[in-house]
Design a protein around this ligand. Structure first.
Ligand code: LMR
Length: 170
């Protein structure tokens, strides 16, 4: 095939603390389970490079974006699970990918705090370009998500043609 060979993720990837599990860093799929705690081990087993929750429209999303753009092998983000009470984080992820930010606010996000403070404009642009987002919000069925992971890995386009981009998210 013409696909670009896997490249090295940033040293120590994934660098930030959070509630997630990791698999092979050269996989092209990341899974976010939003406010749901799903069986991350099963999703890793199905082929995901990383799978975990993301609760807030600000810090949670910043960490998610940081983990994705520091690993050019990731080309698909599957957005699953239920929205956490008080936030609309899954929708904010899709909106960030689709629309980017305007003066730090995620364009089109309806949640309470969709403010990006720790990512550069280049980082947001990179997130928009590096991956395809797959909307499976409210899906919690492990078999259904695993099937989507396998579908994505089967069409892996290869690494995004740029070095890992590192953002210092605190
Ligand atoms: C979140 O998932 O939004 C936060 O818990 C992220 C974090 O590490 O504080």
């Amino acid at each position: 095939s013409n696909k670009t060979a896997a490249v090295a993720a940033a040293a120590g990837w994934p660098m930030l603390k959070g509630e997630y599990k990791t698999g092979k860093p050269d996989s092209c799929v990341a899974v976010v389970t939003c406010g749901s705690h799903l069986d991350d081990d099963a999703l890793i087993e199905a082929g995901a490079a990383i799978s975990g929750s993301c609760k807030t429209e600000n810090l949670g999303i910043e960490k998610l974006v940081s983990h994705i753009i520091s690993n050019p092998n990731i080309r698909f983000l599957i957005v699953t699970g239920a929205e956490v009470k008080g936030h609309i984080t899954g929708e904010a992820i899709l909106m960030l990918h689709q629309n980017g930010i305007d003066k730090n606010r995620i364009v089109g996000a309806k949640g309470a705090i969709p403010y990006i403070e720790n990512l550069s404009e280049d980082a947001v642009k990179r997130f928009m370009e590096q991956i395809e987002c797959i909307d499976m919000i409210n899906v919690e069925d492990i078999d259904e998500i695993s099937e989507k992971i396998r579908e994505c890995t089967a069409k892996d386009p290869g690494a995004f043609p740029a070095a890992p981009l590192i953002q210092d998210v605190k």
